[in-house]
Design a protein around this ligand. Structure first.
Ligand code: E4P
Length: 217
């Protein structure tokens, strides 16, 4: 499973990248607004420190506007992936970018039927928002499982990107359900490392080592 950082915080991306923990980045207008910085510069900086795909979202809602904005974003760097909303115009724009060889991430997916449309339009990624589904008492992980099965049934090549992840449990359950990628806030990626028995075990090893009076270097 690949991990993407779901953030526009350049320093957080740098830290996770240096630790070798991420394969790409996703952003959205809310995450960019939180930084208070200029959108195009932030995306440029993220692309410069990230080898993998960086999703940058259009703000227009009509086909012509999405194509113009997507072309501008794609000019920033070769690893930009154009993020498009799951609307008819978004799907039309997706098919357009597929024809010209620019990768896309179709976002705001909340049903298997929507995911089929994204795959048929040639999306590189489709992003079901599992946390937002759980928030309203729907089963986000069940949606990942359904989409996986459908994509495998028909050989769709669109990557299944579990988004709106809130916890380590979401990550594990999405992996079991067959997501290709999980995009997570940096806090969630870092929290995956924590286990009380790891901490307790390390504490025990260190105190025994200290008692032995030895040193390695
Ligand atoms: C996905 O690409 C989105 O940026 C993101 O996962 C949305 O998550 P949220 O529901 O926490 O805003």
């Amino acid at each position: 499973m690949e991990f993407f950082a779901d953030t526009a915080d350049v320093e957080a991306i740098r830290e996770l990248g240096e630790a070798g923990l991420i394969d790409g980045v996703t952003t959205n207008p809310t995450l960019v607004a939180k930084t208070g910085r200029d959108f195009l510069s932030v995306i440029g900086e993220i692309c410069a420190i990230t080898e993998g795909p960086v999703s940058a979202e259009v703000a227009s809602t009509d086909f012509t506007g999405m194509v113009a904005e997507g072309e501008r974003l794609a000019d920033i760097a070769g690893n930009v992936v154009i993020k498009l909303p799951l609307t008819l115009d978004g799907l039309k724009a997706c098919a357009h970018f597929r024809r010209v060889g620019i990768r896309t991430n179709v976002t705001l997916c909340f049903s298997a039927a929507q995911a089929i449309l994204a795959a048929k339009a040639g999306a590189s990624y489709v992003s079901p928002f599992i946390g937002r589904m759980d928030d309203i008492n729907l089963d986000g992980v069940a949606l990942i499982r359904d989409i996986r099965r459908i994509f495998d049934n028909y050989g769709f090549e669109t990557k299944l990107l579990a988004a709106s992840i809130r916890s380590p449990n979401h990550v594990t359950r999405s992996a079991l359900a067959g997501a290709d990628v999980a995009t997570c806030p940096p806090t969630v990626i870092k929290s995956l490392v924590a286990h009380p028995l790891t901490e307790k075990g390390l504490h025990g090893f260190l105190s025994d080592w200290k008692r032995s009076g030895q040193s390695i270097v």
